[in-house]
Write a protein that binds this ligand. Structure first.
Ligand SMILES: [Zn+2]
Ligand SMILES: [Zn+2]
Length: 339
């Protein structure tokens, strides 16, 4: 499924089209992967609508890719044919800058993103440098593993950045693929921590309660406790400002979004220093995920075991899956079944 043209995603739009492309050939340090499943991520909407556009078109989107190694490049040696691997957002990085040299390739200026800068997993085949492929633990099916590669891994990184300790209260603003995995993770890692979920959608609130949220409501509601940490996964600005009212002194709000939509950016004018920021409140963004994040998270998720709630679509139904994401018909994650 290829993106040929950037466009606003409206109800009857079909931004992705089925196409037949030449089979990719692995370069010497790459592996060729037969794709079996690919997760659907909000970042695809940011790409289609031009907030983080592919530098060239057509482009095959998709960066939560699970597949089996079908061929190895001449110098590739870590995987053998038949191994199951995952491919995440970072497809490659320069390997030489101060960030790459300290395990922070997520901040590398020259990193290339899977499914944005190079063809990704909304396809039957893809190639990837072997050092950016990740072994998938046995315990997961292909479809279960796919959402772990972005939604799960970025949720894991966001949670690490909050510095949450067991017993401290966590707020989740928005309750999609990433947040529902964070909720499951926190219940395991920090069983004493109350988890409050803020979302406008009654269906998402119900889902959050089913998964064990302590409380679920709207940001305008009085919350039962101040929050030591908040993770925001919404595409908007209003929730940021509103969430800061609920943040405890010295607390941290982590924004897990590659781009915010601009529709309600004016709302930032309502930021009131004493109410929203004073008392050492911290706001931090989370950018991409490192290989270490992905691998640590996959191992942790296998141990728990932590499995996503998800809904499957055929590859040719990718537009439908994306539209449901855009229109917030969300219950956990969405996965394209390909192999
Ligand atoms: Zn993603
Ligand atoms: Zn670099």
């Amino acid at each position: 499924m290829v993106l040929n043209q950037l466009q606003p995603f409206t109800e009857h739009a079909r931004p992705l089209q089925l196409a037949t492309l030449p089979d990719p050939v692995p370069a010497e340090n790459e592996i060729l992967v037969r794709v079996l499943a690919c997760g659907v991520c909000h970042t695809e909407l940011d790409e289609i609508e031009g907030r983080t556009p592919p530098p060239q078109l057509p482009m095959v989107l998709g960066h939560q890719v699970v597949g089996r190694v079908a061929q190895t490049g001449r110098n590739a040696q870590w995987f053998k044919v038949g191994d199951r691997v995952g491919i995440a957002w970072i497809f490659s990085a320069c390997g030489e800058c101060k960030f790459c040299r300290t395990g922070r390739e997520n901040l590398c200026d020259d990193f290339r993103a899977t499914g944005r800068d190079v063809n990704g997993g909304y396809a039957e085949w893809m190639t990837v440098p072997e050092s950016f492929a990740h072994p998938i633990p046995e315990i997961f099916t292909d479809a279960e593993a796919a959402p772990l590669l972005c939604a799960g891994a970025i949720g894991y990184r966001s949670l690490k950045l909050t510095g949450l300790q067991n017993g401290q209260a966590l707020g989740l603003v928005g309750f999609g693929a990433s947040a529902h995995l964070v909720l499951k993770l926190v219940r395991f890692q920090f069983p004493q921590s109350p988890i409050l979920v803020f979302t406008r959608s009654e269906a998402e609130r119900t889902f959050a309660r089913e998964l064990g949220a302590t409380w679920a409501g709207d940001l305008a509601d009085p919350s039962p406790t101040k929050l030591d940490a908040i993770i925001d996964t919404t595409p908007a600005w209003k929730p940021i400002v509103e969430a800061l009212r609920h943040l405890e002194r010295g607390g941290k709000l982590v924004i897990n979004a590659i781009r915010k939509e601009n529709a309600d950016q004016d709302y930032l004018q309502r930021l009131d220093y004493p109410t929203h920021l004073w008392m050492e409140k911290v706001i931090q963004s989370v950018a991409n995920v490192t290989r270490q994040d992905v691998r640590e998270f996959l191992e942790l998720a296998a141990r728990i075991p932590l499995k996503p709630e998800f809904q499957e679509f055929e590859l040719a139904e990718a537009n439908q899956a994306l539209w449901e994401l855009k229109s917030r018909k969300i219950r956990g994650a969405k996965v394209l079944r390909i192999g």
